[in-house]
Ligand binder design. Structure first.
Ligand code: NAG
Ligand code: NAG
Length: 234
């Protein structure tokens, strides 16, 4: 884990420097552009704002703009070819988990599936997934989203890797397991281990932030707004 955490910023700096000198680089280099980012506890609905371009769709949830970032790229998702999609979880200022997916021919939600999974920092999670839920929609009855779950249980005995607990809408009866009974929504729950966790055991983590980034095919232009790294010449 540590190695990944430290290598990523270094790789990013090098990628930006190379991009600026117009060097044509090979396929191993990946330029990531964050397109969606949200923080836990902002008292708003994580999924509405991921799916829809405008906010406050639902009177139950007043959105706090400071709790999220959503790029215009989100509305281009199906018109342009994204090579890869990355999901990262951050907690206490460091990256704790990362998933990378094949993003080609996907829409905003379909990339998040085991068939497209290429890399997981959870070692027991792969495209050979045998759990019963792996989707952005998650468990609609309970208003849980971004759910990667091993098996649904009626006795709060569920095991999983990730789930974002949103506040249930009015009129919905969540069967509240202890881990879903949270004061500040949304709550980004994740397994701290290198494998799945049993939520009821209580040893899961609550991430501060979740970020989705895309990497386009290389003929695509880089955004103009990127900070200019220092130039160097050979
Ligand atoms: C938000 O966008 C949706 C779909 O694009 C549209 O149907 C809806 O009327 C919009 N809502 C507001 C408040 O602008
Ligand atoms: C995204 O793609 C999936 C699978 O192809 C499809 O079932 C779903 O309806 C699509 N969603 C949207 C919003 O187009």
């Amino acid at each position: 884990m540590r190695v990944v955490v430290y290598l990523v910023p270094v790789t990013l700096v090098f990628t930006l420097v190379l991009a600026d000198t117009n060097i044509i680089f090979d396929n191993r280099q990946t330029i990531w552009e964050p397109v969606f980012r949200f923080y836990g506890g902002g008292n708003w609905h994580s999924q509405n704002d991921y799916i829809l371009p405008n906010k406050s769709m639902d009177d139950d949830h007043d959105d706090d703009d400071r709790a999220q970032f959503r790029s215009f790229q989100m509305e281009r998702w199906e018109n342009e070819r994204n090579k890869k999609v990355k999901l990262e979880l951050f907690d206490d200022g460091r990256k704790v988990h990362e998933l990378v997916f094949d993003g080609d021919f996907s829409n905003k939600t379909s990339w998040f599936s085991p068939q497209k999974l290429q890399y997981s920092s959870w070692k027991d999670l792969s495209s050979q997934f045998i759990g019963d839920e792996f989707s952005v929609d998650g468990d609609r009855d309970d208003d849980n989203h971004w759910t990667i779950r091993n098996k649904k249980s009626l006795t709060c005995d569920e095991e999983g890797w990730l789930t974002v607990v949103d506040r249930p809408r009015k009129g919905r009866n969540r069967c509240v397991c202890s881990y879903e009974d949270i004061d500040d929504y949304p709550a980004i729950l994740y397994s701290r281990d290198s494998s799945k966790t049993k939520w009821s055991a209580g040893s899961y983590g609550k991430a501060d932030m979740m970020q989705i980034s895309i990497s386009k095919y290389q003929q695509m232009q880089q955004p103009q707004t990127q900070a200019q790294p220092p130039r160097f010449r050979k």
